[in-house]
Structures are given as C-alpha cells and as structure tokens.
Design a protein around this ligand. Structure first.
Ligand code: 4AZ
Length: 293
C-alpha cells in the first residue's frame, strides 16, 4: 500500500498516462507484427497486458453495483472524473476504500470536494450512459489506519435512491464466500498493465479467494506491508497474472454473488506471490451498518 501510494498519484498525472498509453500502443503494434495471431480467453490469460490485470471487458449494465467514484474538479472530465471504484450496498448507500478519500489522493480534504459522485451503468467512461448520483455525505471509517491499512472502508450516502437491482448483497461473517479457493471476480476501470494504462471501460478479472496462511506468507510485514486476516482478505491466482491495480481501489470483489471485499492494496499488480489485498467486508459491517432506503 505504501509502495503503491507513490505510484497511485500517477492516476492523476495525465502526461505520464499518455506516454504510457503510447508505449503500450507501440508494444502492442510490435507484438502484433511479431507474434502469430492468437485468439480467445486462453490468449488473454497468457497476456496480462491485454486485460483490471488479466481481465476482460464487461457490460456495466449487468453489474450496476460496480460504480466509478468521480470528481471532475479533482481528476478532470476526460474519463468522467473517475479515480476509484465503489460498490452499491443499499439503495442510498455505496462503499469505497477509505484511502480513496485521503488528502493524499484528492489533494484536498474530502469535505472540499463539491462534485463527488458515483457513476453506475456507464461502462465507457468517455460516454454518458448510465447515471451519475451525487454523494450527499461521507463517513470515513474512524478506525481506518493509513499506516497498516486496516479498516480501509468509507461509506457514501447517496443523494438519490437506486433500484434494488443495483444493490449487491454483502457476505457476512462465516459466509462460505470467504473460504479459500472460492472463485471471485474483481471489477474496475484501473490500470490494465501496471504501467499506468487506465481503462476507459469496465473490466473484470476472475481470481480465487486465497487462504489466510498464503496471504500472510506473501505479506509477513517485514518489508512490504502486513496482511491482517481479521480485517483483510486476499485473492489472486497461484501463478499471478490476474489482479486489481491502481485506479481499481475501492471497487468490488464478489464471490458467490456477494460482496466480500473492496480493492485495498498489494505490492505491484498481478505478480506471482503478490496477491491483491482487499478490505474484508464482514470485518467492517458495523461501520457500514444495515443499509436501507
Ligand atoms: C492501488 O494503487 C492498488 N494489486 C490497488 C490494488 C493493488 C495494487 C495497487 C493490488 O490503488
């Protein structure tokens, strides 16, 4: 998280992003010239550059609870002001990562951001499909610890109600969705390469919930951050290649149709032995409360 933090600011450095996009384009063109044509999911799985990391495009209308967190005033209008992800957990309630709302990310205190919105149903951020809903109030978890990253959740009260079809249920404590080996999907508009290539369209990557023992081995806290099984859940693939990345923070990790995590931190993106770490939803349910209309 601390490592990524220094990178995360690149989400707002536009010239750098264009440079990275250009580099990716050149890489893709050269790759296309040199490599024989490969098709389908198998090719996509071998090539993390083509995909969130290792992902695939999804229809935002099918996942209306996967929302973009936006402020054009802070991040520009090019990609609808997107800077983080979020999940709709009640008609008037969305959740995101607390670290998305820090001064470090926003450049100002969250209370100074007058145009904070969530965007639902807009797969392509350069378009205007779906719906933008203003955030009426923000509750950053008072127990969020930016040093350890424990309790990385904030609750957004929306100015308008969304239909119940836009709400994803949360997995409570003891839910089988948290069991290691459970297939899970992470959604976002973040970096698809680890080199600052932010996606204009919503993507998803299929990962697996990992055993706490594996997460602890990956992040023992000696140098790169410490995994805390009580408040975090980690997910990925043994071989790496599929993961959340910068710009996906706050977005949903869904297993068995329920929200189990929010993109929180990790070292790098999609690296073998470096799974993504998520806020464990069951651990922050008292902060979120029982969302209602
Ligand atoms: C980030 O910078 C970030 N690979 C979020 C998640 C991951 C890496 C970076 C997980 O917001």
């Amino acid at each position: 998280m601390r490592l990524m933090r220094c990178e995360r600011t690149s989400a707002v450095r536009v010239p750098e992003r264009w440079a990275a996009m250009l580099a990716a384009l050149v890489t893709a063109l050269v790759g296309a010239l040199l490599a024989p044509p490969v098709q389908g999911a198998a090719a996509q799985e071998r090539d993390p550059d083509r995909a969130v990391i290792g992902g695939y495009a999804v229809n935002a209308g099918d996942h209306p609870w996967a929302v973009a967190l936006s402020s054009r005033a802070r991040f520009g209008s090019e990609r609808s002001g997107q800077f983080c992800g979020g999940a709709v957990v009640g008609p008037r309630t969305a959740v995101t990562a607390a670290h998305c709302l820090t001064r470090e990310v926003l450049g100002v205190d969250v209370g100074q951001v007058r145009d904070l919105r969530i965007i639902t149903g807009r797969g392509d951020l350069t378009g205007n499909a779906g719906k933008e809903v203003a955030v009426r109030s923000v509750k950053v978890n008072p127990d969020f610890d930016a040093r350890t990253n424990k309790g990385d959740v904030a609750v957004l009260r929306l100015a308008e109600s969304l239909p119940s079809s836009s709400v994803v249920p949360m997995a409570g404590k003891g839910d089988p969705a948290y069991r290691s080996g459970t297939p899970a999907t992470v959604y976002g508009w973040g970096d698809t390469t680890g080199r600052g290539n932010y996606s204009n369209t919503l993507r998803a990557a299929r990962v697996g919930i990992m055993a706490d023992s594996s997460c602890e081995r990956a992040y023992p806290g000696t140098s790169n951050g410490k995994y805390d099984a009580a408040t975090m859940v980690c997910a990925g693939l043994e071989a790496g290649g599929r993961d959340a990345c910068q710009g996906d923070s706050g977005g949903p990790l869904v297993a068995r149709g329920k929200l189990v995590g929010l993109v929180s931190w990790g070292v790098g993106c999609g690296e073998r032995g470096r799974p993504g770490v998520y806020t464990r939803i069951s651990a922050v349910q008292s902060v979120i409360g029982t969302p209602r209309a």
